[in-house]
Design a protein around this ligand. Structure first.
Ligand code: TRP
Length: 335
């Protein structure tokens, strides 16, 4: 008998092009997981409405995320790749879960407080119940593992609480989902200006997007923050220099990295040379992904097929869960 694989679900909001941080923090995990788990990867278009109500560019953004996923190696035959708004059932589960979510805990959520500060004129109820919709995304597929970054861990904990409350009140339907990552400390890719991590929407010049062309990559890397160089052998390394080494470790040969580390330690390092090398290695890494992505984006028929295929598979699975939910809640009055 075939043993059932554990279910994995994750989502990315289509609020901008994906970057190196998304690649190493999320997509690479997805590509590895698709072989070992029953994977659902979703473009979270509905979540993006909480902060980006203008939908004029949404279709394009969604297509760009799907194309990036495909270019990076997600196989729509192995994993179910779909768009959140194609599952109407998620909206229904969200409604039920809202009755199990308390105003106090929602108001205390770190991301809610941050977003409310960032957009004081649009503190909408969708923003407040963002974690409930996310829990619905996860629970509609009865997911066991949710690969996410550190900033999303609180949401997973909330999803677990909603699952427990549901099970306790209506009977055991949902597994308790857990955050998951292959690397122990959830990987953060530093931004090039030495402040924080790469981000879809903050300081584009300090973020390397998978869609950046060779020249753009070169320019961004050459502008990365450095200084006059170490004045004494074996000096401690400032953050922004460590960051450049960190990026190099991701895309360059080990021998290249150790050669520059050595020259840092004996003070002969020239940051200009180091950045030139990093830029070329980064281009070698990114340009094949970008080219594939461009080819996929030019193929509207393929994109439509992938989305339809994903929506059909995801809906079939979600419909089963929702039937169980309604039954557990005794909402099945016709039978
Ligand atoms: N909130 C996630 C983010 O901003 C995106 C997301 C939506 C998600 N639904 C999800 C992630 C379900 C994991 C599981 O990154």
């Amino acid at each position: 008998m075939e043993t059932k694989k554990a279910v994995v679900l994750s989502g990315v909001r289509p609020t901008g092009d994906l970057h190196l941080g998304n690649y190493f923090g999320a997509i690479l995990n997805y590509v590895k997981m698709q072989n070992d788990y029953d994977c659902y990867f979703m473009v979270a278009d509905l979540h993006s409405l909480t902060t980006h109500p203008d939908t004029s560019g949404l279709k394009n953004h969604i297509q760009r995320v799907i194309a990036t996923f495909l270019a990076a190696g997600i196989d729509p035959e192995k994993a179910t790749l779909y768009c959140q708004s194609h599952l109407r059932t998620t909206g229904e589960l969200y409604l039920y879960l809202n009755m199990l979510a308390y105003k106090g805990e929602l108001e205390k959520t770190a991301t809610f407080k941050e977003k409310a500060r960032q957009q004081p004129d649009n503190v909408n109820a969708g923003l407040l119940t963002y974690p409930v919709l996310m829990a619905a995304d996860i629970l509609i597929h009865k997911a066991h593992f949710v690969p996410v970054g550190k900033d999303q861990e609180q949401h997973i904990e909330m999803a677990r609480n909603f699952a427990k409350r549901f099970n306790h009140r209506y009977g055991e339907v949902f597994p308790e989902p857990e955050a998951f990552n292959y690397s122990h400390d959830l990987l953060k890719i530093p931004s090039l200006d030495g402040s924080g991590k790469m981000s879809k929407s903050v300081n584009e010049n300090a973020t390397i997007y998978l869609s950046d062309n060779d020249d753009t990559i070169r320019k961004k890397i050459m502008k990365a923050k450095t200084d006059a160089g170490p004045q004494q052998p074996n000096s401690p390394m400032p953050d922004y220099v460590e960051n450049i080494f960190h990026l190099m470790e991701l895309v360059s040969e080990n021998s290249t990295v150790s050669q520059f580390r050595q020259s840092y330690n004996d003070c002969s390092i020239r940051y200009g040379d180091m950045k030139k090398q990093l830029a070329e290695d980064m281009i070698r890494f990114i340009s094949p992904i970008r080219k594939k992505m461009e080819d996929i984006l030019a193929d509207e028929v393929l994109l439509k097929k992938v989305m339809e295929h994903g929506a059909a598979k995801a809906n079939e699975h979600a419909d089963q869960t929702l039937a169980e939910v309604r039954k557990a809640m005794r909402l099945n009055y016709f039978i």
